[in-house]
Structure formats: structure tokens, C-alpha cells
Write a new protein. Sequence first.
Length: 318
Amino acid sequence: MPLSEFQLIARYFAGLSPPDAEGVVLGIGDDAAILRPPPGEDLLVSIDTLVAGVHFPPFLSPRAIGHRALAVNLSDLAAMGARPLWFTLALTLPEVDESWLGGFADGLGTLAARCGIALVGGDTTRGPLSITIQVHGAAAPGRALRRDGARVGDSLWVTGRPGLAALGLQRLQAGVADDDPACAAFLWPEPRLAFGRGLAGLASAAIDVSDGLLADAGHIAERSAVGIEIDATLLPLEGALGAIPLSEALALCLTGGDDYELCFTAPAAASAAIAGLAAAQGLSCRRIGTVVPGVGARCAGVETTGMGYQHFRESADG
Ligand SMILES: [Mg+2]
């Protein structure tokens, strides 16, 4: 008997459910998965939907789409300082295209294996291309990083090169080859899981940079009921960002988004430990501002209204 469409699709994802996955009492194949959370730990849950043409540009390869769909969700666990455990996948496809499925499953599965997260369930339907992933992670009780813990006097930090992904998207749209470092930053975002876990106990608040540095720092400010002052002279405008006009680099860095770097606050006493953590992981991490009394996040001397950059991640809920 020929495989049904659903059996066919399931075959591409079989390798994403390792038999020895932690806490999986019963995986794919029944009406529901049975999962046993690590005893005494907090369970963290996050969900994101990516719609073709809305959350990612149509020219992305299936492999890059598979990577991105999981990476943006893992980035939310990273921002909470959580350890990834399990995910579920709901896939809506216009047609069953085996070459597309193979690439998508490869991009998704490579990242899943590297980050130690197991697929425990899924659903497939026919319709315009859309991918929903729900991730589950664990953290020691009360140790998860939140957005609401920033205190006046804390420092503001960011990992990596925010703005580089937005520059990469511009270059991809202009036809630049995808091995350009900026293009790679957009195509292959790396969830900062190990760094996020290391920040637990050091950072007072954290978020991942999906909507743009200024907007995401603003989410910390709002949830913590403080102001955040970014110092433009401290922003990491180096490499490809240092080679373009300063005003453009600043706009991309502050409003670009799609970076999936971590932005966080921490008391000054934690600065040396944070620098040591970053050095140990070979990750660049820069102090870029200060938590002050007030409302919202701003960057003195930089007018960001009307910068007009449009990125492919429009929602502010992740
Ligand atoms: Mg997020």
C-alpha cells in the first residue's frame, strides 16, 4: 500500500525523536506524548508561528527555514536561561514536495540534535506555508531569567553584533551571495543557549533580540518599570557594520531585529563574571548602557523614528 501523505511527512521527521531523549515516557505515535519533567525543576513553554512571506522572505531555502523555525523558539528558551527538552511541530504545506521536506527536516534536525531537543509530536495540514513550533525547557526553581527584574543602576549588555542580520537581509535581497558573513547572520541565527544558562544568577533581566535592540530593551524597561539608556558610542558596530556609513549602522543595530542575540541587564558587581562567561564561550558580549529611573528605552543623540527599516519578524510577542 502506498504511503499516505501524512506517513510520508512523518518519515522525514522520524530522526528528530531520539529513543534516549530525556523525560519522554511515550513519544510520537499515540494520541498524546507522555512527558516527565525533571523532578523539582520549573517547566518553561514557548510557541512561535512563522508564516511564509510574513516572518521570513520567500527566497529562503527549505534548510534555512527549518533552522529558523526552531532557532527562534530555542532563542526564547535561551533568553529565559532554560535547558531545552522537547518540541512539537505543526506544519501547514501547500503541497507534499519531498525535496522541500528533505531540506526542511535537515535544517530543523541538525539544530535539534546540536541543541539536544527532541520532537515529541506534530500535526500536518494543507494550506499556505506556515510552521508552528512549541518548545519546552527546564530551569532550576526560581532561576529562570525574566524581563521584569532590571533595577536602576544595572548595566545593559548585548551579545554578538546586533544589526548584522538586518544588513544580511538587505544584502540577500540585493542578490549578494549567502556566504557573506552578514547574510549568514540572517540565514543561520544561533540561539545563545549556553550563554543564557550561564547568565542565570548573574543577570537581573533578559530578552532575545527579535524585534530590534531598542524595541526589545524597551520590553525589559516596560516589564521592569524602569528606563534604559543606550550609549551609542558603546554599540558593537564592527566588522561589516563598521564598513558602512555610521548612521546606517546605528539604524540597523538599534532597529534591525532578527538577530536572536541576548540583551540583558545585570548589577555592576556581575560585570567581571559576565565578561568571563563570554570569554569562556568565545562569544562577544558588550556593555552598551545603563538602567535609569524613567520609562522606555532610548539611545541619546540618535533619532530612530522614521528609520523605516522593515524586518521580517513583525510581532512583539515572542
Ligand atoms: Mg523572544
